[in-house]
Design a protein around this ligand. Structure first.
Ligand code: FMN
Length: 284
């Protein structure tokens, strides 16, 4: 059964009120979003940081256009933050591997780092689905530090790889045990997927507390890490955005509806609350 809702926008053209039905557009966007997110979920077990690329097999025009088309549809965590990107040849940057580098630029509004992590983890997973290797790249410099008035935030290297990107041996992935970062009620499949989130220097700076159908996600800047203290909040905030993307993909995939509440953060605390989720399916 196809339920069609009608949304109209009004505007004035030549002094005449025009009525436009935008319901089809909204439904298409919703459909695109749901089907793509469902397809990204299995990639959580497959994605990895690729540091070896098959440069004898450059990305084709079709691959490049699929990538750039996908980026146009990335779902933001926070609305109204301008984010732009440039796909440049690797040699234009100081990155040491990859055929291309995606340089990401963002407006510096509250939560912009969470937002970048959240948006471009979708890209990371999409590339894994296309068997394109990627690696988030915090160390290194792009050719242009600024683009359209926005500062560069982070880069992602990419290119074809010689091996197939398939499910990893999950027992061999270096990550903390679920018990080390998740307190309270545990949703097995969701905690298992979020555990695999990538992070700068594999620091895994997240903590989760779940009780009474509310899941709270914290950023832990006191976490053991080789990242110098003054850069920790920067990288960990991107890591948290990545984590939230993987968390939400897992919740959606397991049919758990949620309401996201963006919390006021206090970055001067060592551990601070970033986001709360009211889980509709789990309210006691
Ligand atoms: C924000 C961020 C920055 C990163 N920067 C680099 C980097 O500069 N160089 C690098 O080789 N890997 C970098 N990584 C990759 C991490 O080291 C990697 O994700 C982590 O060790 C987990 O391994 P996996 O991605 O293979 O699962 C970065 C990852 C993230 C999330």
């Amino acid at each position: 059964m196809y339920l069609r809702l009608f949304f109209f926008i009004l505007f004035l053209k030549n002094g005449i009120i025009q009525l436009i039905d935008i319901s089809t557009f909204l439904l298409e966007k919703e459909f695109w979003f749901m089907s793509n997110w469902k397809e990204l979920y299995p990639m959580i077990n497959c994605r990895r940081s690729s540091r070896k690329y098959d440069l004898s097999n450059p990305l084709s025009k079709d691959q490049l256009s699929e990538i750039t088309d996908f980026i146009k549809h990335l779902e933001p965590l926070v609305e109204d933050i301008r984010v732009e990107y440039r796909l440049v040849e690797r040699k234009k940057t100081t990155c040491r591997f990859g055929e291309y580098v995606l340089v990401i630029y963002s407006e510096k509004k509250p939560r912009y780092l969470n937002n970048v992590g959240y948006m471009f983890e979708q890209f990371d997973l999409f590339c894994a689905k296309m068997n394109i290797g990627t690696c988030w790249h915090g160390l290194g410099k792009p050719d242009l530090k600024e683009w359209h008035g926005l500062e560069s935030v982070i880069m992602i290297t990419l290119g074809n790889v010689s091996s197939k990107i398939e499910e990893r041996d999950l027992t061999k992935i270096k990550r903390k045990d679920v018990q080390a970062f998740w307190e309270g009620d545990i949703i097995e499949e969701v905690s298992r997927s979020t555990r695999l989130s990538p992070s700068a220097c594999n620091s895994q700076p997240w903590q989760v507390k779940q009780d009474n159908g509310v899941l709270r996600v914290y950023q832990n800047n006191k976490n053991k890490s080789i990242i110098p203290k003054k850069y920790r909040n920067f990288y960990h905030s991107i890591d948290l955005g990545i984590f939230l993307c993987i968390l939400e993909l897992s919740l959606i995939n397991h049919g758990i509806e949620f309401n996201r509440v963006i919390e006021e953060v206090n970055i001067f605390e060592d551990i601070y609350l970033v986001m709360s989720y009211q889980l509709d399916g789990l309210i006691n």
